[in-house]
Design a binder for this molecule. Structure first.
Ligand SMILES: NC(=O)c1ccc[n+]([C@@H]2O[C@H](COP(=O)([O-])OP(=O)(O)OC[C@H]3O[C@@H](n4cnc5c(N)ncnc54)[C@H](O)[C@@H]3O)[C@@H](O)[C@H]2O)c1
Length: 352
């Protein structure tokens, strides 16, 4: 099936999706944004039609892929409309800003048989793929440590005076208006997705969050998660240290999985630099006492993710990535919030 796509939301992230759709051979028929000036470069590049009303896209029978790259707080209405209209959906993360809303969407998509993806692109980093491929070789999994420490600048000395991270007294920061939260939602969500990807859904967790009194978002979140593959030590943090991480560029996002026969370490590059900074995986094999380092050439994980989604859509199948991945992460975010607030562990009752 030939793919005819529409992109809703032409802000920062959209360039990665336009690139992925273009490389996958999809025709980009519509671009939609409330601000015409944001859509204009893409209208021109792809000779696409413009609308500020996404229902024009849903009402176009030629469109078979709806790509949602608007802010997370409006994903729900767009996803539901696209499912109703019978389109396949690629939606940026996080799927929504609440577990209940994400559940409503994936339940509807499952019922309708919609091909539906939440685009957690880090699954498509070569180091993540290699780590997943080699996971069986480390034997029974005993322990996992996973973190997303991101360089956001000086966030700890006080409420920023301006910009998206400024919380007005008694008001809501742009960060929360657009994304629904702080580092847990923005950065930590990706590695929660990787927890599910590598180890399966957690059953229980105990969490900690740091939300300063002058802010409406978190600067740090940590959790101990129980999975059928052992405990996971999880943490995400905004920091101001310039040289952290395997590339010494401040980006410190790693997964370490220790088993009875070996260990896997995965290192992820800065989220928007995958096409210029390579990912890395180290495999330690206890039988030979050998550690093998795999350094991968840079490649855009967005191109690879969207390529995978489009290939499946063109074949009319969901493929290896389930519809519910976006809900899984949003449920974990919600339970981390509940546990941190109550200071009690919570059992996770998966709704689907
Ligand atoms: N995968 C990642 O690592 C990553 C990184 C950054 C952002 N994101 C996600 O990407 C999404 C977009 O983030 P961004 O940084 O590009 O935001 P952005 O603010 O730069 O762009 C969002 C665009 O959506 C448009 N928009 C808002 N409401 C709309 C509506 N009702 N109809 C049409 N257009 C509308 C805005 O005008 C804006 O141009 C968010 O869900 C965010 O969480 C993911």
């Amino acid at each position: 099936m030939k793919l005819t796509a529409a992109v809703i939301g032409c802000g920062t992230i959209s360039k990665f999706h336009f690139s992925g759709l273009d490389k996958a051979g999809a025709k980009i028929k519509w671009v939609c944004d409330l601000r015409k000036e944001s859509a204009k470069p893409w209208m021109d590049k792809f000779n696409a039609r413009y609308t500020d009303n996404y229902m024009d896209i849903m009402n176009d029978p030629e469109v078979n892929v709806v790509n949602i790259t608007s802010i997370s707080t409006v994903h729900k209405e767009m996803c539901l409309a696209a499912i109703d209209a019978g389109k396949a959906v690629i939606c940026e993360k996080t799927l929504t800003v609440s577990a209940e809303d994400s559940y409503e969407i994936v339940k509807k998509a499952e019922k309708a048989g919609t091909i539906f993806y939440t685009s957690y692109m880090k699954r498509f980093l070569p180091a993540v793929e290699k780590g997943k491929e080699m996971l069986p070789s480390i034997g029974k999994i005993l322990s996992t440590s996973i973190r997303a420490f991101q360089p956001w600048g000086d966030m700890w000395s006080g409420n920023p005076k301006e910009g998206a991270c400024h919380t007005p007294p008694g008001g809501t920061s742009k960060l929360v208006q657009n994304c629904g939260g702080g580092v847990l939602v923005c950065g930590g969500s990706h590695v929660l997705d990787l927890v599910c990807h590598f180890l399966g859904r957690p059953n229980r967790l105990y969490a900690y969050m740091n939300i300063p009194k002058d802010r409406d978002y978190d600067l740090q979140a940590a959790a101990l998660l129980e999975t059928d593959n052992g405990p996971v030590h999880y943490e995400t943090l905004m920091h101001s240290l310039d040289k952290l991480g395997y590339l010494r560029d401040g980006w410190d996002e790693t997964i370490e999985i220790t088993g009875t026969k070996g260990r896997i370490n995965v290192y992820c590059p800065m989220w928007d630099k995958g096409d210029v900074k390579g990912s890395m995986m180290v495999h330690y094999d206890n039988a030979t006492g050998t550690a093998t380092e795999y350094r991968f050439a840079p490649v855009s994980p967005f191109d690879r993710a969207i390529g995978f989604f489009c290939e499946n859509i063109s074949k009319g199948k969901q493929g290896a990535q389930s519809r519910v991945t976006g809900y899984d992460v949003d449920e974990l975010i919600s339970q981390i919030g509940k546990s941190a607030e109550s200071k009690k562990s919570v059992e996770i009752k998966w709704k689907i």
